[in-house]
Design a protein around this ligand. Structure first.
Ligand code: PLP
Ligand code: TYF
Length: 394
């Protein structure tokens, strides 16, 4: 049987991490996979998360199962974090899933059963797991224009023109903030226009929010998702706790579905519960427990918010320093967009060959589309990176 299997395309981001680890050069620089790193290159456990973990060790009395959809306390704190008071609680349903990726998968399966004829739209470009998973679930997909490589900004006219072709019942994936891979984001007016267009077309927004707090701050990063929640009768949301709580390997993500009314929310809740049971029964609890403790305890929450703010501002500082260094090296402002972008990523706009040269000749690792992880930069490496970019012709 197993000899019938065919070779599957690798995840290019994960493959690059393997190549980096295997590189013996001590001066190598990892700007690949989207994991936060501090000034020493470590991915720390956040202070409040560590304290919650210690508290949990002292107070946890059972490891018995939770519920198929995870713990209600976790749903509540996360709904509050992501949505604030944008929508009545009775219209919400939830499913805790293994990571934001797991939440995306569950949403796609929900779409497949609820609306077999729907097309799922995604930005061009987007996180490679979006098309891979949509294809894997067997849903037709289309892309909408998103990025203007010449200016480094959102190609908003192109986006609106493409989305105008969405049919009633189609689902449109939007990055809640900190677009991966481009770092270019919608402004508040543009979010309004997208919301109005989706309402007019009766298309359903699916907001993937994986970096809340990494862009302009916890509240501002939720502007788009909250606006859609206020305006649209149905919204699907996948929220990841991997980055903003630094609990990547705990696999903590959440489906939040907004239905038209409480009756539909009950139906949605039933299906989400069933989908969890069919795929993995109970979700992993540890990460969700930590998130719930941090968000419920005023002291832990304040410390978490403070540390998240340190992370956010340090990435903004690194963006500015790289943009400045590239301006000095090139004598032009063509990399100025790096300081304007938000989140963990931007694309330098290099060719695949130039990216390969950066890796082979300079030990600088970034994704083939020239996406780099801002948190992988450091004060020490920025001048070297700027010189190398110019040396490869960037
Ligand atoms: N969505 C986007 C756009 C991402 O970049 C990521 C990656 O971190 C995720 C979702 C989900 O990540 P995880 O499954 O680690 O929570
Ligand atoms: O884009 C990134 O680098 C992060 C991490 O299959 C990631 O979102 C990368 C690949 C993957 C899962 C997570």
């Amino acid at each position: 049987m197993l000899e019938n299997l065919t070779q599957q395309p690798p995840d290019k981001i994960i493959m690059l991490s393997g190549m980096f680890r295997a590189d013996p050069r001590s001066e190598k620089i990892d700007l690949g996979v989207g994991v936060y790193k501090d000034a020493n290159g470590n991915t720390p456990i956040m202070r409040a998360v560590k304290k919650a973990e210690q508290l949990l060790w002292d107070t946890e009395t059972t490891k018995s199962y939770t519920a198929l959809i995870g713990d209600g306390g976790f749903h509540k704190v996360m709904a509050d974090l992501v949505l604030g008071d944008a929508v009545e609680a009775e219209r919400l349903s939830f499913a805790h899933a293994p990571g934001g990726t797991g939440a995306i998968r569950q949403i796609l399966e929900l779409i497949k059963v609820a609306s077999p004829d729907a097309t799922v739209w995604m930005s061009d470009p987007t996180w490679p797991n979006h098309p891979a998973m949509v294809k894997g679930v067997g849903i037709p997909m289309r892309t909408y224009a998103y990025f203007d490589a010449d200016t480094g900004a959102v190609n908003f006219d192109g986006m609106m023109a493409d989305l105008a072709e969405a049919k009633a019942g189609d689902v449109v994936i939007l990055h809640g903030c900190c677009h991966n891979p481009t770092g270019a984001n919608l402004n508040e007016t543009q979010w309004q226009q997208v919301a109005d267009l989706l309402l007019e077309k009766e298309a359903i927004p699916f907001v993937d929010i994986a970096y809340q707090g990494f862009g302009d701050g916890l509240q501002k990063d939720a502007f788009g998702v909250r606006l859609l929640a206020e305006k649209c009768p149905e919204v699907l949301i996948s929220a990841s706790c991997s980055k903003n709580f630094g609990i990547y390997r705990e696999r903590c993500g959440l489906v939040i579905a907004i239905s038209r009314d409480s009756e539909n929310a009950g139906l949605t809740q039933g299906m989400l519960s069933s989908l969890n049971r069919l795929n993995f029964s109970f979700p992993p609890d540890h990460g969700a427990r930590l998130v719930t403790m941090v968000l419920s305890d005023p002291e832990l929450r304040a410390d978490w918010e403070a540390e998240l703010e340190e992370v956010r501002t340090s990435m903004l500082g690194l963006r500015k320093k790289l943009a400045d260094a590239l301006r000095d090296e090139t004598g032009s402002d063509r990399y100025g967009f790096i300081a304007e972008h938000r989140g963990m990523f931007s694309r330098l706009g290099l060719t695949e060959e130039q990216v390969t040269k950066l890796r082979e000749d300079h030990g600088i690792y970034m994704i083939g589309d020239s996406r780099f992880n801002v948190a992988g930069l450091s004060e020490a490496s920025i001048p070297k990176i700027a010189k190398a970019v110019v040396a490869v012709g960037g």
